[in-house]
Design a protein. Structure first.
Length: 253
């Protein structure tokens, strides 16, 4: 699969999209923390106002991850470089599991967004050559979320897919009790769409991705930096937010 040559560098517009998702996530988690400490009363698990926001934020992460993979592959990303980055994501996922087990022992995160991304990155790497077929493949992955309850209800033998471990696939009829859950289905579909969109843009509209943009300055530069350090920010932002809110609650007593 041939793409127009692009200088091997990160593209600011993708990092800006990722930064937007990070800022939205920060606001979401700040509200979650206010609820956790009893300062507001919200139902983050069931209220559509919050569940749709979560879906949009996760979609933003995964779509931009797909765009980044399309660009990286066009720039000749080899397997050793891929595994170095992958190990950072997988290691961060383990830290999230450990930290959440301390904070929420009954609902700790065993397959959250970083766990999902780690697995999806491998799948995407192996399937990037599907080209335009990634669009229907993504649609099928997303549709699986909606048909799974009906299929499992009609075939009870498949109920084992709801068990932790198997439920990482996402073909489930009931949600698990966990603070974050990003299984392969339907979310792999979003990353596949990101890859396909990135491949299309590289062939037809590379400037849409910022291939000819001048280096960012000012506020834009700060947002680009946030997008580039998204993994570190993701790991640190929630402990900092919870610490600040918890300290404020303690000091107010």
């Amino acid at each position: 699969m041939a793409f127009p040559p692009i200088h091997p560098r990160r593209l600011d517009r993708i990092d800006l999209l990722r930064a937007a998702a990070m800022l939205w996530m920060t606001v979401y988690h700040f509200c979650f923390d206010l609820d956790h400490f009893g300062l507001i009363q919200e139902n983050f698990a069931r209220d559509p106002f919050w569940t749709w926001q979560r879906s949009a934020i996760v979609s933003g992460f995964l779509f931009t991850a797909g765009l980044s993979q399309a660009v990286a592959l066009s720039q000749g990303l080899n397997w050793p470089r891929f595994w170095r980055r992958w190990s950072q994501v997988a290691g961060a996922a383990l830290l999230v599991t450990a930290g959440s087990a301390l904070m929420f022992p009954k609902s700790f995160i065993y397959f959250g967004v970083l766990h999902g991304i780690a697995v999806m990155l491998i799948v995407v790497r192996l399937t990037a050559g599907w080209g335009g077929w990634l669009w229907p493949a993504g649609a099928l992955a997303i549709a699986a979320k909606f048909i799974a309850p009906t299929v499992i209800a009609a075939m009870p033998v498949l109920d084992f897919l709801n068990v932790p471990g198997w439920n990482a696939l996402g073909f489930i009829s009931r949600l698990p009790v966990t603070e974050d859950y990003v299984p392969l289905l339907p979310w792999l579909g979003v990353m596949w769409w990101g890859v396909s969109a990135g491949q299309w843009a590289l062939r037809h509209r590379p400037h849409w991705l910022g291939s000819v943009d001048a280096p960012a300055t000012g506020v834009k530069r700060g947002l680009v930096t946030l997008g580039r350090w998204s993994l570190s920010y993701y790991l640190l932002h929630q402990p900092v937010l919870m610490g600040l809110v918890g300290t404020w609650v303690w000091a107010s007593r």
